[in-house]
Design a protein around this ligand. Structure first.
Ligand SMILES: [Fe+2]
Ligand SMILES: [Fe+2]
Length: 131
């Protein structure tokens, strides 16, 4: 079963953003599937690097769009992006130190909850302001 199902209310109406959101959900589901198959340490490390890079690029895109339209909640939206990136880096550091030996669903759940909340609130509002 997929960890996150794409839902229509995640749609922002900005084609490039929606395309990336769908891609991010695919990566999350891939992680979840790999975990279910008792992924080895290298697979998890690869995933963390990949999600960090893709999410960073995605946030840069949204922040560029927000700056271009003088978005009124830019600072708050950007702060939420940075919270997630900090969280991912903390997890990567912990993983490197061997703190995630019993790697389980924690990371996946953390990301899922963050994503679904962020999509439905901040990203959805961005769409309303632009639309
Ligand atoms: Fe966002
Ligand atoms: Fe987003």
């Amino acid at each position: 079963m997929a960890l996150v199902e794409w839902r229509d209310d995640y749609r922002t109406g900005i084609a490039s953003v929606d395309h990336e959101h769908e891609g991010l959900i695919r990566i999350l589901n891939d992680l979840y599937a790999r975990q279910a198959g008792k992924a080895d340490k290298q697979a998890v490390a690869d995933f963390l690097g990949e999600i960090n890079a893709k999410i960073s690029a995605h946030f840069a895109l949204e922040e560029k769009i927000m700056r271009e339209c003088d978005y009124d909640q830019y600072a708050d939206h950007k702060a939420d992006h940075e919270r997630l990136l900090d969280g991912i880096r903390d997890i990567m550091d912990a993983f490197d130190r061997g703190a995630y030996v019993n790697y389980d669903d924690v990371l996946a759940m953390h990301l899922r909850d963050w994503f679904t909340q962020h999509f439905k609130t901040r990203d959805a509002r961005l769409h309303k302001m632009l639309g």
